[in-house]
Design a protein around this ligand. Structure first.
Ligand SMILES: [Zn+2]
Length: 263
């Protein structure tokens, strides 16, 4: 057992904890602005849809007023033709005017249909505009709240990262350089399965790595447990840190079998 190695390995769980906190803070600092940006993008799109709905609404207002004036004109002509018939005596003139009346009635009916359709279109564009306005307003309010909240939260996170970085530097300075290199190389490998990025791992009573479930040779575990040498798991490359291993039942027996008196 080397006291220097024991000291280094004993610092690793704390270093790991600091690295985990740093990673959480940095992830939040990275992800939240992206999320806010995506939300702003969605609101911009909603704004564009609202502008489009407003222009469709304006066009349908124009269509309705055109259809109404066409209908009014036709109705006037129809009234005039009907009142003219009473004063006519010539059969030819009466027949011609009756034909005119028939044609005007048909045109009036078409114009009425057009007015109704224009009204329906107007109503539907108006509903859509109202819906989009409400959505946009609510979205903008929520977005402003989140932006303000994030302004406070992000400066909090930045100070926390600064403090954690200082703690990390201090802890790392107490770890032997070869052990630190192994630790950082393993940390740099990122997630292993569902296990968060870390530089350390443990083994259970059957010498199975808790991170990657590879079996670690018992001799290596003994070396690591007694601080004779720094050992890593072959599967995940994480350093075997057995200082805080919890043993129960079967594992206690196995632990006893393999434990050597300190040398
Ligand atoms: Zn492993």
């Amino acid at each position: 057992m080397t006291a220097e190695l024991a000291h280094s390995v004993q610092l690793l769980p704390r270093l790991d904890e600091v690295d985990r906190d740093l990673q959480c803070c940095r992830e939040e600092l990275r992800a939240t602005p992206l999320q806010l940006e995506a939300e702003a993008g969605a609101l911009e799109l909603l704004g564009e849809q609202l502008a489009e709905a407003e222009s469709l609404l304006a066009a349908s207002q124009g269509r309705l007023s055109d259809a109404q004036s066409t209908l009014a004109g036709l109705e006037k002509r129809l009234d005039r033709a009907r009142s003219r018939v009473a004063s006519l005596v010539s059969v030819e003139q009466i027949e011609a005017t009756d034909r005119e009346i028939g044609s005007l009635e048909a045109q009036c009916s078409d114009a009425e249909t057009e007015v109704l359709e224009a009204m329906e279109a107007l109503e539907s564009h108006s509903d859509r505009k109202a819906l989009l306005s409400t959505q946009l307003e609510a979205g903008q309010g929520a977005q402003e709240g989140r932006q303000a909240e994030w302004a406070g939260r992000s400066s909090e996170l930045e100070s926390r990262v600064e403090a954690l970085d200082a703690t990390r530097t201090e802890l790392a300075s107490g770890v032997r350089s070869d052990v630190l290199r192994l630790y950082e190389a393993a940390l740099g490998r990122g997630m292993i399965g569902a296990s968060r990025p870390s530089g350390i791992t443990q083994v259970d009573a059957r010498f199975i790595c808790s991170t990657c479930h590879a079996r670690v040779p018992p001799a290596w575990v003994q070396e690591a447990r007694n601080f004779r040498s720094a050992q890593t798991c072959d599967g995940c490359r994480r350093l075997l840190v057995l200082v805080e291993i919890t043993v129960s039942g079967e594992s206690a027996t196995v632990g006893h079998e393999h434990s050597n008196p300190p040398t």
